[in-house]
Design a protein around this ligand. Structure first.
Ligand code: GTP
Ligand code: MG
Length: 428
């Protein structure tokens, strides 16, 4: 069997204020790099003509959504691009709150961002908010597109003023853009090709070149093993009654014979066999099932780690940054569902150290709640012990959402555990 080197992938989120051209950038990138299904561009053009509407690249994303029912895994919010260098997952979420949910729900852990600002409208509140979120989520590969340059006569000073204003905003959030690019996405200018004719004063990269130049995110393969338990299956009457522990590897790599510790319970056992694994090991991003030499009573939400490696943190008290977008404020005395990895636990707000308005960056202390569009530095108390990581060390196990009344209302990053230290792995 020939070993196939997996292509590297970069997940890129497209951020920015409403109507500033996010979907147009995404559509144009797909089209200009030859990543649209055959005939798609023509069919959207035909549809627009029949309905006497001007052609819009943004419609391509809606058109691709229809493909979903035919089994192609593209939807309005996600699109795959393939270039000579690597694969991209482009995440284009419609609307502000959808963007936030996408950014923080963990499904799409983006490590790069394109932030789109309309040259005519300039920096608006969600341009700033989204910048703040990128900084909060630790996304440091950022290209800022000053878009719709055609509407301002391709004037260099408009570009420079917006770039300077937004660079100052990002600096306040403690981050910096890798590059600022003047674009006219609807016309394909500085998207995949350099627009030398209309903006001869710009000598930087096109959007595609900027993406290709982003360094690959570090492979979590070398880190300690972490596998949040998704489920435990039992096949009664199959001869072997040993349960199969299933989940997706978050970091490190697993193989038969590994001695595992499950957190927060501290239960231990040895991996007897990996299911359906030709390679004999499973690495980050791979869904895996394994049997253990002992039958343990394990539940969803435990995190499997390898004995001898740094364990995850286990605690019922944590310090976290929470971005709140629920209609009702995050307040004390109320139960919330905290979802982190595969775990679900009831959480309560214990203390609010400070609150930041994510648009104006005004900081308030002495508050006891976090209102919509504010970010709070909070202490959360959990009803049961939880295994997790600091977000600075492992975003997958350091990022959570808070649910109230079945709606995701907040998103957070674990800054540090407070209180209890992790069990050593012999607590059974
Ligand atoms: P939401 O998803 O609603 O937040 O909007 P969006 O940011 O995805 O914007 P979209 O791509 O839908 O573009 C909004 C409008 O701006 C559309 O009518 C586009 O054709 C137009 N537009 C996008 N890029 C350009 C550009 O470079 N020049 C001009 N003149 N119009 C543009
Ligand atoms: Mg859009």
């Amino acid at each position: 069997m020939t070993a196939i080197t997996p292509r590297s992938r970069l997940n890129v989120v497209i951020a920015g204020h409403v109507d500033h051209g996010k979907s147009t950038v995404a559509g144009r990138l797909a089209s200009d790099t030859g990543n649209l299904p055959q005939g798609k561009l023509d069919s959207v053009r035909g549809f627009c003509e029949q309905n006497s509407r001007p052609f819009e690249y943004a419609f391509l994303l809606d058109a691709l959504k229809e493909e979903r029912s035919q089994g192609i895994t593209i939807d309005a919010a996600r699109m795959f691009l393939r270039t000579a260098r690597r694969d991209y997952l482009i995440i284009d979420a419609p609307g502000h709150s959808e963007f936030i949910k996408n950014m923080v729900s963990g499904a799409s852990s983006a490590s790069a961002a394109l932030l789109v600002i309309d040259a005519e409208e300039g920096v608006r509140e969600n341009s700033r908010r989204h910048g703040y979120l990128l900084s909060m989520l630790g996304i440091s590969q950022i290209a800022v597109l000053v878009n719709k340059m055609d509407l301002v006569g391709y004037r260099q000073e408009v570009f420079q003023n917006i770039a300077a204003e937004y660079a100052a905003a990002l600096a306040q959030f403690g981050i910096a853009a890798r590059v600022f690019i003047p674009t006219a996405a609807a016309l394909g200018e500085n998207i995949s090709l350099r627009a030398v004719a209309s903006m001869p004063w710009y000598s930087g990269p096109s959007t595609l070149d900027a993406l290709e130049a982003f360094p690959a995110p570090p492979a979590p393969i070398d880190g300690p093993v972490r596998m949040p338990v998704q489920d435990v299956y039992r096949f009664e009457g199959s001869g072997d009654e040993r349960p199969i522990v299933a989940g997706t590897v978050e970091s490190g790599s697993l193989r038969a014979g590994d001695e595992m510790v499950f957190y927060p319970s501290g239960k231990t056992s040895v991996i007897k066999a990996l299911q359906d694994s030709a390679a004999g090991c499973a690495g980050p991003g791979q869904a895996v099932g394994f049997t253990l030499t002992e039958t343990l009573d394990l539940r969803r939400g435990e995190v499997a780690a390898r004995r001898g490696e740094t364990p995850p943190h286990v605690s019922q008290l944590l310090r976290a940054s929470v971005f709140w977008f629920g209609g009702d404020a995050l307040r004390k005395g109320r139960d919330y569902q905290l979802k982190l990895g595969t775990a679900r636990v009831v959480a309560r707000l214990e203390e609010v150290a400070r609150v930041v308005d994510t648009c104006t960056l005004e900081v308030q202390v002495g508050r006891d709640c976090v209102e919509r569009n504010e970010a709070g530095e909070c202490i959360l108390r959990l009803q049961a012990p939880l295994a997790f990581e600091k977000s600075s060390e492992n975003l997958g196990l350091g990022r959570f959402v808070l649910v109230a009344d079945y709606e995701i209302c907040g998103a957070g990053l674990v800054r540090e555990p407070l209180g209890v230290s992790p069990p050593e792995g012999d607590l059974v």
